[in-house]
Write a protein that binds this ligand. Sequence first.
Ligand SMILES: C[C@@H]1N[C@@H](c2cn(-c3ccccc3)nn2)[C@H](O)[C@@H]1O
Length: 445
Amino acid sequence: DTIALQHGAHRIGNRTDADMARWRSLRFGQFIHWGVYAIAGGEWNGKVYNGAAEWIRSWKEMPHEEYDKLYRQFNPVNFNPQQWASQAKDMGAKYMIITTKHHDGFCLWPSKYSKYNIAASPWKKDLLGPMIDAYNKAGIDVYLYFSIIDWNHPDYRPSLKNAADSAAGKRFQVFVKNQLAELLQRYPTIKGFWFDGTWDASWKNDGAFTDELEQYLQSIHPGLVMGSRLRADEKGARHFDSNGRLMGDYEQGWERKLPEKIEDVHGNDWEAVMTVPENQWGYHAKWMGHVKSANEILEMLVKSVSLNGNFVLNFGPKADGTFRKEEQDLMTNIGAWMKVNGDAIYNGTYAGFEKQDWGYYIRKTGTDSVYMVVFNMPVSGNLRVKMPARTYLTGVSMLQNNVPLTPELIGREEYFLRLPNKQSDVPVVILLKTSTKEGNKEGGN
Ligand SMILES: C[C@@H]1N[C@@H](c2cn(-c3ccccc3)nn2)[C@H](O)[C@@H]1O
């Protein structure tokens, strides 16, 4: 039986309003981690930092006072928000998440509540406004990443050990509330917040505050989409309350990892965020380890949508405002595939077909159209399709150029499909037309 909670999940099941339906339809987002950490670029004093570049302030080789002076060099003379938005649009991203303030506390906007902001840098001007305008003009929704952890703020405490800490913690909560209200007031077209840095005891032990804050933000800007990472319940449970119910609007725990099967997402909306190298969000001059290819990223995007989730790929611009070549090439190559096959992604959802080795099924939300996205071509050339119960195949074609295919019936409602051309160095998409009425099925009764 359930535990009585004042500050647990207030909704059972997914949001059904238009703002959430829009978030769900977008499916593919661009994350941008940009800040003064890009100046260091994962290196200091001739040494390379092995951690995530945006965490370099916590590296023992980086004296805090050295890091805290870096903002005096932040002058992104090559920042071109229109170009950023245009390349994101070409990649096929439908939303963008920008770091307004990462754990270091540096604000990319001229905040009234912290002096540690862009106005104190040589650049001086607000960076968020021009970015949001450019992306919105390109038809891309913008969400604001906001770190609760703030290493710069004197009242930030990871935990509250005494009365002085508690007083500081209270002041810090007011500061957070003020900055978030400031962001909503300055940037009214944003669609939601992406909270991070909420794992410290000082935050998760005040579930009531996280609940009130979420409701406060919704009261100022109804319809905001905010993930599960903001909230804790009054027992310190995060993401899922003490009754196992998801808090927030979608499960926000998939960071650098994906669910494997539909059962793993428990019927909830969810989103995965992914780095191009193994674990770098901010700009790092020397990427180590595996750097993902366009095809690897496309498989993650397709797998996410096939499991009813959103997929967000991260980019870490340099301090001067340009993107490294690997990231530019990815935007071009992913975009080339999305231009031809985006129909299989946008408004995509779980199809309810039995998973096959060749790849993933995606249903166009609310329709009988089911896409097959083929990553693993079998040596036999036979792509097995097993129709779910009471679902009949009425048409098959290649998505590109609408080339019809003739399925081979191999059993009850089971087929082999063969592609005209077995070779492809990018994923291939097939469109299945289905019906729940046996009468009009493919190839007669
Ligand atoms: C979206 C990503 N979340 C931030 C992060 C992740 N983590 C973290 C901390 C402890 C364990 C695992 C992950 N700390 N900060 C990263 O810096 C980036 O902003």
